[in-house]
Write a protein that binds this ligand. Structure first.
Ligand SMILES: Nc1ncnc2c1ncn2[C@@H]1O[C@H](COP(=O)(O)OP(=O)(O)O)[C@@H](O)[C@H]1O
Ligand SMILES: [Mg+2]
Length: 390
């Protein structure tokens, strides 16, 4: 493994010295420069010295009492040194700081106090990834699905949307995060592994391990099946961000079925999603619940990413679509017709309605897939990054 050059930015003198000892102790990296202040502008002398060092890795220590200045520095450094990887160091007890650091462009978030092993593992991940994709390739998009209340149709939408994306564009993965996973039943698959295996192994996850946890559907869709024992999965935020980071470097589209799951994990997935589809029906209880879910997911800054899907849609005299939008507090994106027989027998047989091409319901899900990817062709997705807001 070639030696990596590292620049350390830490305002705390002791921490700067400790980090230098740890970096040099990994024996796969060496410190080429240290900074005691954060760069605040491209023309800053600090920035010029960092650029002159041209490091492989920028190690940024995030002060507990002043993280905004570190976030701005990460953004600036990513802009000015696009070929250097940023590793942020900070406290794991502040999930919002972790998400902000990843969004600002940090590739890794390492816990403070840091150990040589933590750093070594991060350096190895970086060189492995660089070897695989000489240049950072295009990243995929995440669409997550959540229901207003159980039985609204989240799993039905997630499975058929994933199949529609796979058939139109390929390279699609379906991730089942539901409290009890049903997607394998919908697809008539018998997975050997599921999300619990993946989350238990997040600390050592790499792309080949990830691939081994996936189950392939006949048309090419890759499923990370859901849990079959109702138990809370509580991976750390950083581990979860890493899993999704890996998923979007592997797949063009990642569809997540959250069903009724409402916790830190589903909020985090909403944070990294291009669009969060909230599936509700047009009855009072469903729309009331949709408003509550919207509020819960919106609290972490996801409100503008939320879209309403009205399932089992039927025209109700005196009740308009804008009434539904107002009641739920979410903009309507799509309507799925009420087709109880077709959908329930498709689930029972494990043969999703998307496979019955030319039917109204299959056209509806193809249309949803097209709508969600409308701008992708002209954007060409090349410079798109999951953790940069678009
Ligand atoms: N568009 C629809 N028309 C009629 N019935 C539907 C429709 N979508 C879903 N269903 C029925 O609702 C049930 C619950 O759907 P499911 O996707 O499991 O919901 P959730 O994941 O939100 O709990 C399914 O068993 C299916 O029979
Ligand atoms: Mg479900």
């Amino acid at each position: 493994m070639p030696e990596l050059s590292v620049v350390i930015v830490a305002t705390d003198n002791e921490q700067r010295t400790v980090l230098q000892v740890l970096v040099d102790g990994t024996s796969v990296a060496s410190t080429v420069h240290t900074c005691a202040t954060f760069p605040v502008a491209a023309s800053d002398p600090v920035m010029r010295r960092v650029q002159a060092a041209s490091p492989d890795v920028l190690l940024i220590d995030i002060p507990t009492d002043n993280h905004p200045v570190a976030m701005r520095a990460i953004e600036l450094l990513r802009q000015e040194l696009p070929d250097s990887a940023v590793f942020a160091i900070g406290s794991l007890s502040q999930p919002q700081v972790i998400v902000s650091a990843m969004r600002a462009g940090a590739r890794e978030f390492i816990e403070r106090p840091t150990t040589t092993t933590d750093l070594l593992e991060a350096f190895v991940r970086l060189t492995t990834a660089q070897r695989r994709v000489h240049k950072e390739g295009p990243r995929g998009k995440v669409f997550s699905i959540v229901n207003a209340k159980g039985g609204s149709g989240a799993t039905t939408v997630a499975v058929n949307l994933a199949l529609a994306l796979q058939s139109a564009f390929g390279q699609t993965a379906l991730i089942d995060l539901a409290p009890l996973g049903h997607t394998a039943l919908h697809l008539n698959l018998k997975p050997l592994f599921n999300i619990s295996d993946a989350t238990r192994n997040l600390h050592r996850m790499d792309s080949s391990l990830l691939e081994s946890f996936m189950t392939r559907h006949s048309g090419g869709l890759q499923l990370l099946a859901g849990t079959n024992t109702p138990a809370a999965i509580e991976p750390s935020t950083a581990e979860f961000v890493r899993l999704f980071d890996m998923l979007v470097t592997h797949y063009r589209y990642v569809v997540v079925d959250n069903s009724s799951r409402l916790d830190a994990a589903s909020r985090l997935v909403a944070n990294v999603s291009e669009c969060v589809l909230l599936v509700a029906c047009t009855d009072v209880a469903s729309l009331w619940s949709a408003a509550r879910v919207q509020q819960y997911l919106g609290e972490t800054g996801n409100r503008e990413r939320l879209r309403l899907i009205l399932n089992r849609f039927r025209k109700v005299p005196g009740f308009t679509e804008s009434d539904a939008e107002n009641a739920a507090g979410v903009k309507l994106l799509w309507r799925v017709p009420n087709q109880y027989f077709a959908i329930s027998s498709a689930i029972d047989r494990g043969a999703p309605v998307m496979e019955q091409s030319h039917t109204e319901i299959a056209r509806c899900f193809s249309g949803l897939a097209q709508e969600l990817t409308r701008n992708d062709a002209d954007v060409k997705r090349a410079a798109w990054s999951l953790f940069k807001s678009v």
